[in-house]
Design a protein around this ligand. Structure first.
Ligand SMILES: C[S@@+](CC[C@H](N)C(=O)[O-])C[C@H]1O[C@@H](n2cnc3c(N)ncnc32)[C@H](O)[C@@H]1O
Length: 326
């Protein structure tokens, strides 16, 4: 395989942009077919664009120190010299990897939102010296349409994007991406997934304290097309804990209720993740974590308690860390 510098030189008309000089958002056309990835024309277009305000809200969350600290535990699972992040958002994970992983030769982030793309580029390419010798690239493209050169990467990372893919495109799209990543990993390479997971056997007691939360809950139930398993005890709604926490998370977001209604933060149970990945051929290890979150502003509107344990369910997100090895 040709070395990276000559691949870049032959793909960008002979002029080799240094990361610091790359114009954010400008290089999907010239940089496609690079870094072991390729995209069909149009694959840089977002299917459902969030508003600027929603992206700013999400970005503030992704960049917050608590959130970044929560991601540090992923670093020990990122191995080898060529690392790919699918859905790299505002670049927090890329930044952590570039700072904390020392035998990196190539780090590639794929992201289709121009807003996040530019934010990440500003952050990552502002201080080239800090990134050492690693070649860091951002590519604007749709990960559901991205082809990956066989056996090219050592690690692929998908943090908080599997739930978005499932919500926007369905289960088959998630399966396709996992299969594509499997092909693109070198033997022994890993896919690291970090995302919410559904807790299928636990219920919650939800109390709605305000007209606002009652109205929003009715809309949430309607958007789920009768798929929610609801029952009532006195003034409490009894429902699966994942659905109750899902509702709380949506209510917490101050921007974009309509987009929130389409999104499903807890896409699969651990058994479902395992089934999909093992069917493709991965060997997997799963750990679960709870990420502390501050949803105290919700207390005026709702309370959510675990039906069996009585625990307050508004103080943590439950995430699964899945290391899937080829
Ligand atoms: C919740 S953010 C997570 C960002 C980053 N992985 C992190 O953990 O900090 C999910 C990101 O995936 C991006 N995304 C969703 N679907 C995508 C797709 N089909 N192609 C490329 N990016 C996508 C979104 O634009 C968003 O930036």
């Amino acid at each position: 395989m040709a070395d990276l510098a000559s691949i870049i030189a032959s793909n960008v008309n002979g002029s080799l942009p240094t990361p610091g000089r790359i114009q954010p958002g400008a290089y999907i056309e010239t940089w496609k077919d690079l870094f072991g990835l390729s995209f069909p024309a149009g694959a840089e277009t977002e299917p459902v664009a969030r508003s600027e305000a929603q992206q700013a809200e999400l970005q503030a969350y992704l960049d917050s120190p608590e959130h970044v600290r929560d991601r540090e535990k992923l670093l020990e699972h990122i191995r080898g010299s060529r690392v790919l992040e699918l859905g790299s958002g505002s670049g927090s994970m890329l930044e952590l990897i570039s700072a904390g992983h020392h035998n990196l030769s190539m780090l590639v982030g794929v992201e289709f939102s121009p807003y996040f793309f530019q934010h990440a580029a500003a952050k990552l390419f502002a201080d080239k010296a800090r990134n050492g010798d690693a070649q860091i690239f951002l590519v604007r493209g749709d990960v559901t349409q991205t082809s990956i050169t066989p056996s090219f990467f050592d690690t692929a990372v998908m943090t908080s994007i599997v739930h978005e893919i499932k919500s926007l495109y369905g289960v088959a799209a998630v399966e396709n991406i996992f299969e594509n990543v499997y092909g693109g990993l070198a033997p022994g390479g890993s896919l690291v997934v970090y995302d919410g997971f559904r807790r299928p056997d636990e219920d919650a007691r939800l109390q709605l304290h305000t007209a606002y939360s009652s109205e929003r809950f009715d809309e949430y139930v309607a958007a789920r097309n009768g798929e929610l398993a609801l029952s009532y005890e006195a003034d409490e709604v009894i429902l699966p804990v994942s659905d109750a926490v899902e509702f709380a998370t949506k209510l917490q977001a101050s921007e974009g209720w309509d987009v929130e209604l389409r999104e499903d933060y807890y896409p699969f149970s651990l058994a479902q993740y395992r089934g999909i990945l093992e069917d493709i051929g991965f060997r997997i290890e799963v750990k679960t974590f709870s990420e502390e979150i501050d949803q105290s502003a919700l207390a005026e509107h709702i309370t959510v308690h675990n039906y069996a344990t009585g625990a307050n369910e508004l103080t943590a997100h439950h995430n699964a860390l899945i290391v899937a090895r080829k």
